[in-house]
Design a protein around this ligand. Structure first.
Ligand SMILES: Cc1cc2nc3c(=O)[nH]c(=O)nc-3n(C[C@H](O)[C@H](O)[C@H](O)COP(=O)(O)OP(=O)(O)OC[C@H]3O[C@@H](n4cnc5c(N)ncnc54)[C@H](O)[C@@H]3O)c2cc1C
Length: 376
């Protein structure tokens, strides 16, 4: 059987490890397709921006992992799926055939101004890292400037990015102004209003300015338009909201939501095409909508690996009842959110409880480095 893992998102990277041994024993052909040789682990991005980690410490070395496990690795951008002939279409290389595939491609940005040097989308993270490096170099080359740095989006990612930018600026003895624009009346969305208020207070104390109920309706050159009228100038703008699913989903017969996310059932299988599985931010889990967070694809990997291995049995209806052969994915009801409010301080939230502490920074570091340690 040809199993093709499309994209090196968190789920597929973990599936790779789990399937390597089984597929080899059974004589299956396992392939991973990704647009880059390394895939970033998002939980460590703010730490990387604040100099806690080097680049290699928060990247899955996927080409190397494939070589070690004797799995075929194809580096190219997936541009479509031919469902009739079961093939993934590539930007440069020949199509890749599959019997079943697992799609784990994350999110892309909606805005068209992302090609500008001063517009820095945080997703996809693989594109963010070189832009961040170029940005830091610019700060180092112009020590006497005071820049206006804007962040669009005040969710957990927007908060952490603003904290990391402010800390990086302070570490270079600079006094850049860092401002978040959020179109809601609060930030962080942890599930606890008290925690959200505490986070707001903490980042204001650090020196981040927060504008609530401010919708960034347009970005042009070095100017944003707010709520359709007021205009503000910036030097750099970081985008953390306004994401979308990969465009090509909509050009296929795969069932998607109105906004283009691949619909999967409780077996993480497309609701219309049983040989297509999916996980992570690019899917819509039909039984219940899930937030876009890395903890979900990490947990989905176990179910996905099991169902991909059992797909052939089920497909041929050999001794196999779907409910018995396939695992059901049951999302966790809640999870501990760990959000930086300073380089050395993290707010931990599991509603209704929350705690701000330097010890939580140590805990976060341990969780993240242990996770990445699996791939050494
Ligand atoms: C700053 C920040 C901090 C975060 N911190 C946390 C946290 O602490 N905890 C948490 O749970 N979540 C966190 N998140 C959210 C988390 O980033 C995402 O939910 C998570 O990365 C989703 O993983 P994924 O597996 O869906 O895909 P991704 O990790 O986005 O991976 C998708 C992969 O597919 C590749 N790809 C994309 N398109 C193509 C294509 N067409 N062809 C080939 N390859 C392609 C990409 O290069 C990438 O390697 C954070 C997000 C940000 C921005």
């Amino acid at each position: 059987m040809h199993i093709v893992l499309a994209g090196a998102g968190h789920a597929n990277v973990l599936v790779l490890k789990k399937l390597a041994e089984i597929t080899k024993t059974r004589g299956d052909h396992l392939v991973l397709v990704s647009d880059s040789e390394e895939a970033p682990y998002s939980g460590m991005i703010p730490g990387y921006m604040m100099n806690d980690y080097k680049k290699h410490e928060f990247h899955f070395p996927i080409r190397k992992i494939c070589e070690r496990l004797n799995i075929d690795f194809i580096q190219d951008r997936i541009t479509g799926i031919d469902l009739s002939n079961k093939k993934l279409q590539m930007k440069s290389k020949p199509d890749v055939s599959f019997d079943c595939t697992s799609i784990n491609l994350g999110l892309a940005y909606k805005t068209s101004s992302c090609n500008e040097d001063n517009v820095i989308p945080v997703k996809p993270i693989s594109h963010f890292v070189p832009k961040w490096e170029a940005f830091i170099k610019k700060l180092q080359q112009a020590p006497d400037t005071e820049l206006k740095l804007f962040i669009v989006g005040g969710g957990a990612a927007g908060v952490e990015i603003s904290v990391a930018i402010k800390e990086a600026s302070l570490a270079l003895n600079r006094n850049d102004s860092v401002e978040i624009f959020n179109n809601k009346d609060h930030i962080a969305y942890t599930g606890s209003r008290f925690a959200d208020q505490n986070i707001l207070k903490s980042i204001k104390e650090l020196g981040v300015r927060v504008h609530l109920n401010q919708d960034v309706s347009q970005i042009e050159n070095t100017q944003v338009q707010l709520n359709g009228s007021e205009k503000r100038q910036f030097d750099y703008i970081f985008l953390t909201g306004q994401t979308k699913a990969p465009d090509f989903f909509k050009n296929t017969a795969l069932a998607t939501t109105e906004s283009g996310f691949l619909k999967v059932n409780e077996f993480l299988q497309s609701t219309t095409h049983k040989f297509v599985f999916g996980a992570g931010d690019c899917v819509h889990f039909a039984p219940q909508p899930l937030p876009k967070a890395g903890v979900y694809p990490v947990r989905q990997a176990q179910v996905l690996a099991h169902n991909l291995v059992n797909f052939e049995k089920l497909n041929n209806s050999i001794d196999c009842d779907k409910a018995l052969c396939f695992d059901r994915y049951q999302p966790q009801k809640s999870f501990l959110k760990l959000i930086h409010v300073r380089r050395d301080t993290v707010v931990g939230v599991r509603p209704p409880f929350y705690l701000k502490s330097q010890l939580l920074k140590k805990l976060k570091r341990k969780i993240d480095t242990d996770f990445m340690g699996q791939f050494d």
